[in-house]
Structures are given as structure tokens and as C-alpha cells.
Design a protein around this ligand. Structure first.
Ligand code: FAD
Length: 404
């Protein structure tokens, strides 16, 4: 029999197994995951899971059920949980695990990413990261007892955690080394109104103030200020979980990502890579993309599975993600650069507005919407077919984007 081994039982790994079966693979599939819990979905971990009255599912309580609704037995998938892949010998087609060597004919890397820790804080009591169900379970008592929280990093996770902590009644300070939230991702026109969201929710946002030390019960900032903290939540980004692939024959980029091609093949024969752990070249955007969002872990596996089975499909998606923060539904589709022209669609101080980015040739490159899901749906289609839009019409929120 021929064997597919998938390493990483998160969204991308599970989707790969499902896609393989849907596309007709009848031979063996082994799905390896190092976490002890049945495969589950991460986005609710910084949202509903933190706030649900009961304890998180899989962590001892009924709670919000984040488990994927997949019957692995019925799919004929050999799910091995609590088992880590330690090394890969690509030349021999063997994955080394704590339980012994696992030979494969085809391998799919889906190990995701791990959150970056603040230097010197790993293992310090009261310092939390937020990536896993266990992380979320450890944060529940912080919210339940309304501890004073310092969040390090005003990114997507920081904003979502701050939202939940405020909702639970915690006093929350968010410290950000850059001069504004999401500075690496979004321009000031968009992040300035976001400052207001923090203020409105009663969150003390301190920007331009890097953390210089975390001490028991306090966070010390570079400007000398000292913030009391019952708990510290660090949300300063994530890195591909690929350390175990060093020297394996699979090329890794400087960003730590598995270097995949536009078919999601890696540099080793028979080895594919999907989700948060892999980068791929986008012809659509003319650059290599490393995407840490849910939709990429949904779409990539379909392409990888098709190509593993002998297909020849290019992976070049229109990236998409959403975030729920401070009572708002924020969505983004596409990819923009500083060279693109920004068109505001509505007043960013109002409840609902959007931003479009247009390329020099007028083609819609990206859109960010705040509580305007219809704009998002229409923009996604326009971006997919590289449609040009009229900037004057796009700036008028009463004109549907599809008619701009
Ligand atoms: P992962 O989900 O990280 O799964 C990889 C799995 O592989 C993990 O279980 C890991 O433990 C395991 N693994 C790693 N190394 C090994 C090894 N050597 N051997 C065996 N197993 C291994 N995206 C959005 O678009 N919108 C959101 O609102 C949103 N919210 C999020 C909230 C949180 C708290 C987090 C953490 C992420 C959120 N995301 C969101 C991002 C989204 O969840 C990820 O992009 C998605 O989970 C990536 O899936 P993946 O399967 O590639 O990686």
C-alpha cells in the first residue's frame, strides 16, 4: 500500500486529509499531531472560548466546542495525537517520531506556527501566549478572576484578547513598541480610528513604548514606567514551526517557512507544505507570501492534495482574513503595498466603513472593511478577476463596489 503522512493536525493538516479522500485517495493516510486534543479550530480561542460561561471544551468542561466536526475513523485516517515529528530524512522518505520511524510515499508538512515569546520570559509564571486550547484554558481563570492584564503587542491577537478581557471586566493595558497598532500591516489612515476603539472599550493603549523587563507582578517599559500586571499576555507574532526540519533536505527560508513552489511542492521529492508553516510564490502579487490566516489553511490543502494525486494546479489565492475586535467585524481581502492608492469608502470615525487599495492601472488590489460585509464579498470577486474600479465611485459608500 501507498502511504500519505501528514505532519500537523491543525486546520491545514485536517483539510489535507479530507481533500485527499474527497479527491479519491483510497490508500493509507496517517495524521500526526503533537497536541493531546482532538483536532480543533483556533480562531475561537481569542474570542468565544475566553468568554463562554463554562470551561473550554477539551480542557475539562462542556464550553464552546472548537473540535472540527470530522469523523476520522469513517474517513479511514489514522490519527495519532500527542506524537511529535522529531526529524525528517527526505532522501529515505522517513519521518522520525518519538514512537519510531514512519515511512511515507508522500508527505504533507502542516505544522503551523508557534507564538514568539518575549526574550527572557519563557516559563515565567503569569506570562501567557495564546495559540493553543491549553493556552486559552490557562487564560480563563485570569478573566474569571478579573485580574489586571497587560497585553504586549497591539496586533490582531492582542486586540482580540483585550476585547475579551474588557468584556470579562478586567483592567487592561496594551503596550506596543511601534507608534501605533498594526503598524507593520496597515497605514495610519486605518490605524488611527482603531486607537479610538481601544479608548472606547476602556483599554489603556500605550504605543511607542517597548517592554524592557517583565518582573513578577509587573511589566517595566523602556520609558521607566511600571505597570502592575496580574497576568501578561504576549501577542507579538508567530514563526513557522519548522525547527525539526533543519538538515532534512527540505529548504527553509529566512523567515523559517518551508519554501514551497506555486504547486505547494517543497524542495524534497514527494513532500508538500500547507498552511502557516509554508511560503509560496504568488504570480498575482509578484512576491513570495507567508500567510498566517485561516482561509489559507483551508484553500492550500485542496491544491496540495490535487497535486499530490498527480494534478497540476497553481496555488495563487486572493488572501482573506477576519478579526473580531471591540465589537467590530473587520475583514481584509487581497494584498496591498505602499505603492497602491488608498481610497476611503465612508467615514472611518463612523460605525461602518471600508478602504480600497488600487494599483496604478486602477485594478483593485485589496480591501479592508469594518462592518461592511457586502463590500468584502464584492471586492473579493473583483480582486480575483483583477478588475479595475473607478476611484471616484469606489469612494462613494452608497455605490455598490461591484458597480464602481
Ligand atoms: P496550526 O493551526 O498551528 O496547526 C498546526 C498543528 O501542528 C498544531 O497543532 C501543532 O501543535 C502541530 N505541530 C507542530 N509541530 C509539530 C510536529 N513537529 N509534530 C507534530 N505536530 C506538530 N485567522 C483568521 O483568518 N481569522 C481569525 O480571526 C483568526 N483568529 C485566530 C486566533 C488565534 C488565537 C490564533 C492562534 C490564530 C487565529 N487565526 C485567525 C489564524 C488561524 O487560526 C491559522 O492561520 C490556522 O490555524 C493555521 O492552520 P495550520 O494548520 O497551518 O496551523
Amino acid at each position: 500500500r501507498s502511504a500519505v503522512v501528514i505532519v500537523g493536525a491543525g486546520m491545514a493538516g485536517v483539510q489535507t486529509a479530507m481533500a485527499l479522500r474527497e479527491l479519491g485517495w483510497r490508500e493509507d493516510i496517517t495524521l500526526l499531531g503533537d497536541e493531546p486534543h482532538p483536532p480543533y479550530d483556533r480562531p475561537p480561542l481569542s474570542k468565544a472560548v475566553l468568554l463562554d460561561a463554562a470551561a473550554p471544551a477539551g480542557a475539562g468542561g462542556a464550553g464552546v466546542d472548537v473540535r472540527f466536526d470530522v469523523d476520522f475513523d469513517a474517513l479511514g485516517v489514522d490519527l495519532r495525537l500527542g506524537l511529535r515529528a522529531q526529524a525528517l530524512h527526505a532522501a529515505d522518505r522517513i519521518v522520525v517520531t518519538e514512537a519510531g520511524p514512519l515511512p511515507y510515499d508522500h508527505l504533507v508538512l502542516a505544522t503551523g506556527a508557534y507564538p514568539v515569546a518575549l526574550p527572557g520570559t519563557a516559563g515565567l509564571p503569569g506570562v501567557h501566549l495564546l495559540r493553543t486550547l491549553d493556552d486559552a484554558a490557562a487564560l480563563r481563570p485570569v478573566l474569571d478572576s478579573r485580574q489586571q492584564v497587560v497585553v504586549v503587542g497591539a496586533g490582531w491577537i492582542g486586540a482580540e484578547f483585550a476585547t475579551a478581557a474588557r468584556q470579562a471586566g478586567c483592567e487592561v493595558t496594551v503596550v506596543e513598541a511601534a507608534d501605533r497598532p498594526l503598524s507593520g500591516v496597515l497605514p495610519e489612515v486605518v490605524t488611527t480610528p482603531m486607537r479610538g476603539w481601544y479608548a472606547e472599550a476602556g483599554v489603556d493603549l500605550r504605543t511607542g513604548t517597548p517592554v524592557s523587563a517583565v518582573e513578577p507582578g509587573a511589566v517595566v517599559l523602556a520609558d521607566g514606567s511600571r505597570l502592575a500586571a496580574g497576568a501578561v499576555v504576549v501577542g507579538v507574532g508567530a514563526r513557522p514551526a519548522t525547527g525539526w526540519l533543519a538538515g532534512s533536505g527540505v529548504e527553509l527560508g529566512e523567515d523559517g517557512a518551508v519554501v514551497a513552489d506555486d504547486r505547494l511542492r517543497t524542495t524534497a521529492p514527494g513532500v508538500f507544505a500547507v498552511g502557516d508553516c509554508a511560503s509560496f510564490p504568488s504570480a498575482r502579487y509578484g512576491e513570495r507570501m507567508l500567510i498566517h490566516h485561516w482561509d489559507n489553511a483551508l484553500q492550500g490543502p485542496r491544491t496540495a492534495a490535487a497535486n499530490l494525486l498527480g494534478g497540476d494546479e497553481r496555488y495563487d489565492p486572493v488572501p482573506y482574513f477576519w478579526s473580531e475586535q471591540f465589537g467590530r467585524f473587520v475583514q481584509y481581502a487581497g494584498h496591498h503595498t505602499d505603492a497602491d492608492t488608498l481610497v476611503l469608502r465612508g467615514d472611518p470615525d463612523s460605525a461602518a466603513w471600508s478602504v480600497c487599495w488600487l494599483r496604478a492601472d486602477g485594478v483593485l488590489a485589496a480591501v479592508l472593511v469594518v462592518d461592511r460585509p457586502r463590500d468584502l464579498a464584492q471586492a473579493r470577486k473583483l480582486i480575483a478577476r483583477s478588475a479595475a474600479v473607478d476611484p471616484a465611485l469606489a469612494a462613494d459608500p452608497t455605490v455598490p463596489l461591484a458597480a464602481a
